[in-house]
Design a binder for this molecule. Structure first.
Ligand code: DLL
Length: 463
């Protein structure tokens, strides 16, 4: 067993030893597991078999992990088209858990787990918590939703396996969240970063300072967030904010997480093999070059996924991490390829808006992007809450902030943005994943837009 205890990381957990495997051992493990997975999928899942047959590929052609590129991709539509159980590689009698992800249109996608899959999930979540310094003895408030969403139960099993005490509070009921945070001496919180911003705000409203609590670690994910958001969270709460990534199709939370270095997310690649590809040519991207993350499960039994197109955009980080883990790192997922808004021919991502807004002092981490049509053209509007101090400032102070924000957005995006400053607590808060973009382009020009907010602040024409 690897001897490794540092004060910052907390005690080393034996389950984390795999994070530090010599690369050759990791490679051999991945090769063996890939062959087993391909064999299982070929034998048990008609869609995989027919796709492989179509290109004349047999399981024996996969001799090791380096052959992964020979395999066909899997898409979210494959799960939809075979709803609910068409991609299962085991009979439902071997399934012990089902989750579903709602998606925005049509039927949800359904994901299934055998007992072994649940054990793998607990293990990767345990390793996730251990990597960001959580340990037995911690009190974990788990505010991810319990239910069909994978966040709640995923984090729950991992924290319990680690030996921490879990409070299964689930999402919502903010008053109770704040009471529990304080009364139960919570040391770790799990929720979306946007919900934590709301918790900080609500606690402040009650005259409570989160910085005075024993709360030390935040395990935040399920939605894109920026480094600027991390700075805001850490400075206003004294909680170290770690980014955790995952998706239902692969397992749920626990595909990857930041370690205490907070320098990219380590992927648990002994279970989920990552590739980063150019989404147009499908060719692998060299380290450091941005592309789409494609994941292959190496141990999943109920629902093996081969070369699953996540649509999440990232880059591999090639330098070894100071923590000593050998498993690869990626940069935080700042966006999805299908998040892209095309405004008057310019490509814009919500993450760019967040970074530009939060770079300016006086804004709060609560904003809403509104897309509409004006005079037949796409119009990009952003509502952003400003601090009470700024809001009660002089007209010239507010105008100055407005100009700074317009300038910050325009230089980041390359287009003019209609910025409106709004009072604190004006915008809707989310208890789970934040909905940052409101697309009203299909509405008539009269119905859409930000006109309801015009009284609060100067618009771009000094309105
Ligand atoms: O969001 C699983 C999860 C729960 C992850 C709790 C982390 C914490 P889905 O609902 O299937 O699963 O959504 C998966 O959410 O493809 C990404 O686009 C996005 N996403 C998840 N984590 C992050 C993150 C859960 N840390 C989809 N950063 C993924 C950016 C994220 N995007």
């Amino acid at each position: 067993m690897i001897e490794r205890i540092t004060a910052k990381d907390g005690p080393f957990h034996p389950a984390s030893a795999v994070d530090f495997l010599p690369l050759q051992q990791l490679h051999d493990l991945q090769s063996r597991r890939l062959k087993e997975t391909v064999d299982l999928a070929y034998r048990r899942v008609p869609l995989f078999r027919s796709r492989m047959e179509k290109i004349g590929l047999e399981p024996e052609d996969i001799r090791g992990i380096e052959d992964i590129q020979l395999l066909p991709f899997t898409e979210k539509t494959d799960l939809r088209d075979t709803y609910p159980f068409g991609l299962l590689a085991v009979p439902t009698s071997e399934v012990v858990r089902l989750h579903a992800s709602s998606g925005t249109t049509g039927k949800p996608i359904v994901v299934a787990y055998t007992r072994e899959d649940v054990a793998v999930w607990s293990e990767v979540m345990l390793r996730s918590f251990a990597a960001c310094g959580v340990h037995a003895g911690d009190i974990v408030q788990n505010a991810y939703g319990y239910g069909l969403f994978t966040g709640g139960l995923g984090a729950h099993y991992g924290a319990e396996a680690l030996g921490a005490a879990v409070i299964p509070i689930s999402g919502g009921n903010t008053e109770r969240q704040i009471m529990v945070l304080k009364d139960f001496n919570v040391t770790v919180i799990c929720c979306t970063p946007s919900y934590f911003c709301y918790l900080i705000e609500q606690a402040e409203k009650k005259g409570m300072d989160i910085r005075q609590l024993p709360l030390r670690v935040g395990v935040f994910g399920a939605e894109p967030w920026s480094d600027e958001m991390r700075k805001r969270i850490e400075s206003s709460s004294c909680v170290r904010a770690f980014d955790i990534y995952g998706l239902s199709e692969i397992i749920g939370p626990g595909v990857g997480i930041e370690c205490v270095q907070q320098a990219g997310l380590h992927l648990f690649e002994d279970h989920f093999y990552p590739e980063v590809i150019d989404p147009v040519t499908n060719e692998p991207c060299p380290d450091g070059v941005e592309g789409e993350l494609v994941l292959t499960t190496l141990t999943k039994k109920a629902l093996p996924m081969i070369r699953y197109r996540t649509h999440d955009i990232t880059t591999f980080i090639s330098e070894p991490c100071a923590c000593g883990r050998t498993i690869r790192r990626i940069h935080r997922i700042s966006r999805r390829s299908d998040d892209m808004m095309i405004i008057r021919g310019v490509n814009v991502f919500p993450s760019q808006v967040e970074t530009a807004l939060l770079a300016v002092e006086g804004t709060l981490p609560h904003y809403q992007i509104i897309l509409s049509r004006k005079n037949g053209l796409d119009h990009l509007g952003v509502l952003v809450e400003v601090t009470p101090e700024f809001f009660s400032d002089t007209v010239s102070g507010i105008e100055n902030l407005h100009n700074l924000l317009s300038h910050s957005l325009e230089s980041a995006l390359g287009i003019r943005v209609d910025v409106r400053l709004v009072e604190p607590h004006t915008l809707q808060r989310s208890e789970g994943k934040a909905r940052r973009v409101l697309d009203q382009r299909s509405l008539g020009e009269q119905e859409a837009g930000m006109d309801g907010f015009e009284n609060f602040c100067p618009g771009p024409n000094g309105k």
